[in-house]
Design a binder for this molecule. Sequence first.
Ligand code: HAM
Length: 417
Amino acid sequence: MAKVSQSLQGMTDIEFPEVNIWQTLEARAREVMLQYDFREIRTPIVEMASVYLHSLGDTSEIVQKQMYAFETRGGKQVCLRPEGTAGVMRYVSNNQQELQDARLYYMGPMFRAERPQAGRKRQFHQLGVECIGSTSARQDAEVIALQAALFKAWNLDGVQFQLNTRGSMEDFSKILEGLRSELMPVTDDLCDDCRHRMDNNVLRVLDCKNPGCKKVVEELSPITTWMDPASVAYFEEVLATLDTFGVDYVVNPLLVRGLDYYQHSIWEVTSNRIGAQDALSGGGRYAMKANGKTIEGVGFGIGMERVLMALAEETSKAFSREKDPLMVLVGQNEAAQTANLTLLGELRGQGYRVRMDLNGKSMKAQMKGAGRQQARWVLIRGESELDAGTIQLRDMESGEQKEVAMADLVGEISGLV
Ligand code: HAM
């Protein structure tokens, strides 16, 4: 049993200085969203379980094994959201305007009862986008380009966009039938899971990791074989528009995605910097029933924990340093600390990030504290500086220190920050 002092397995505290990286990623993401004219939506973390049960697909792993679902005291079946799309569809379905043209994004925690490992948490965070109201292939491409713009804003390299199409909802039954007929004679070569999938989830045979299944899959016709030519043309237009936008991608004909609501374009982004759980994000075009309406949209969800893992060390370091460098005031004695209290207010009044010890610590302890707090500059005053009307300005990165007249201090600092 977990001790009360521990967090639950697969659920972690995000603490300083890592939390600074999150804040930088979020701030940069908001700028990109503004450029693409997407607005934020904050939906509840707890939803009626039915919002998810009927939209993700009965055979999806999330619905079968991973939902945190429970009954409230009032007898309602609810769940912690395992993803964002279905909740956003519930919201959109109640709003006529949004049904016609919604460009929405969200950031926040999602919950899946998975076996925790590196890059796989039970509480994780997604940055998601949903774009509703357009059925154009160009819209799919714009949403993919938005995702590429985010990765660029995050200095995230070594990523690969893998794209595929699942065809239209009408194509779907033909694809399943075609796949089944080709697989039927070779069922014995499939793993137990895939034999089971033949009946209820045959598409997932395509991305099975089992070597025997991979061999079988190599011999299958591509799923475009069973699609209407219009669906193939739709996908080609997505790719052509991505070329126009200058977004790099590869087509992966075996990519299928694990949620039932997808149709037409689907994609995943992988990173060569993270291990087995290499999908940074997944997305696609979908048609989902909510409130008796079928809503079509296109969107994606980015796993933020995985993005943090995939950032180059240099970038993580840069992002963990906060935008406004910290100044710490240090005083040798009571008189200096009293004078520093006044300076503290003055500098804050001018918008600087500044703090000082308020607990009567020794000068040595104050200096140590400044190091721990990752101060960029330390302003030090002793008796002689007080007498001379000066202060020592120490650059904590270079270790250089110089004496500055109090009258010149603000000018000096504004040249630094
Ligand atoms: P998803 O592929 O289930 O899609 O999740 C998107 C991303 O969330 C994954 O690529 C991964 O980075 C991250 N993720 C998923 N599960 C975990 C986990 N247990 N721990 C850490 N990260 C995880 C969706 O959720 C769709 N709603 C995306 C979408 C939006 N499609 C259209 N609109």
